[in-house]
Design a protein around this ligand. Structure first.
Ligand SMILES: [Zn+2]
Length: 320
């Protein structure tokens, strides 16, 4: 048995037998990987590991609820990170730590230690601080903000650790189990960006459990640029500041030209695609928008595209 792909097999075989893998960019799953996965899925230890995951479902659900009820807005994941780290320790990893950015990492050493495979879920949810995250159930369904994306992923990471440990499954490669910070909103993938920076650990393969759709395996990522653009100007009052540069007018024109230019790029209907959004406009809370004087207004926008179009080039065309 090739143990190198064991973790991938553990994860994928469950999916491949029940759903079709979905690949981006028209790429196909190579037959050799399919046969590896199918071979591994027949191995007695792997079968036992899956049985354990099923048998331990009530425990996984309990952990899922516990983590969900610790709120974790972007930039406020520390408390949940502590709890998740403790759970990884309890599951029996060789070492667990929190890095400079706030990511939780748990190492399970391989037998050869030549490669490092990451299994990740993100700690943060989209919901702001102060959201009621109490879990309620109705029938067999649990409801709470963030319970799917991505707290379910964290609970799954824990169950995979236990399935491997309790069945004494060894892998050639090291496995890093990760709870990453800042995936949502203005977090802008700060946790994952840190892990792939020079300060991060060596990483050879990355598997992320995210979103609530088991019917899909994504094998490619999108490039994404985010901007916060601030407009300053003395205008704003209809009489007293008439004729002076009005930042709100400039902002509106800016959005208009941005959308006009960016819309010229291929849309989602024709891959490779570019998408864009201006997602938030903020007024200063401390100044009346009608009072003459300095104003600032911010527009946040995001450009995403597949790799064929260089983002920096699009950016020059649309933002300049
Ligand atoms: Zn997510």
């Amino acid at each position: 048995m090739k143990a190198t792909h064991l973790l991938t097999a553990c994860l994928l075989s469950g999916l491949l037998f029940t759903v079709d893998a979905w690949a981006q960019g028209g790429s196909q799953v190579e037959p050799r990987y399919m046969s590896d996965v199918q071979q591994l899925a027949k191995h007695p230890s792997v079968i036992k590991a899956f049985d354990l995951i099923k048998a331990e479902d009530p425990r996984t659900v309990k952990e899922h609820i516990l983590l969900t009820e610790i709120e974790a807005p972007p930039f406020g994941e520390a408390k949940r990170a502590q709890q998740f780290g403790q759970m990884l320790k309890d599951a029996g990893l060789d070492s667990v730590w929190i890095d400079q950015e706030g990511n939780v990492l748990g190492l399970r050493k391989g037998t050869k230690r030549g490669k490092v495979v990451v299994l990740d879920a993100h700690l943060d949810t989209v919901f702001p601080e102060g959201t009621d995250v109490t879990v309620r159930s109705s029938g067999d369904t649990l409801f709470a903000p963030g319970i799917g994306d991505d707290t379910r992923g964290l609970a799954m990471v824990l169950s995979v650790v236990r399935a491997l440990n309790q069945n004494k499954i060894r892998t050639d490669a090291d496995i890093l189990f990760v709870g990453s910070v800042g995936e949502e909103g203005l977090g802008d993938l700060r946790g994952v960006k840190y892990l792939f920076s020079e300060q991060g650990p060596k990483i050879d393969s990355w598997i992320s459990i995210d979103g609530g759709d088991l019917g899909r395996v994504n094998n490619a990522g999108l490039g994404s640029y985010r901007y916060k653009v601030t407009f300053n100007g003395p205008g704003g009052h209809s009489w007293g500041a008439f004729g002076l540069a009005n930042p709100l007018h400039a902002l509106a024109s800016g959005i208009h030209y941005f959308v006009q230019e960016a819309d010229a790029w291929p849309s989602r209907a024709y891959a490779p695609a570019t998408t864009l959004v201006v997602s938030a406009v903020e007024l200063p809370s401390t100044q009346s928008p009608l009072k003459p004087g300095l104003k600032w207004i911010c527009a946040r926008n995001t450009l995403r595209c597949w790799a064929k179009w260089p983002l920096s080039w699009i950016t020059r065309c649309t933002v300049a």
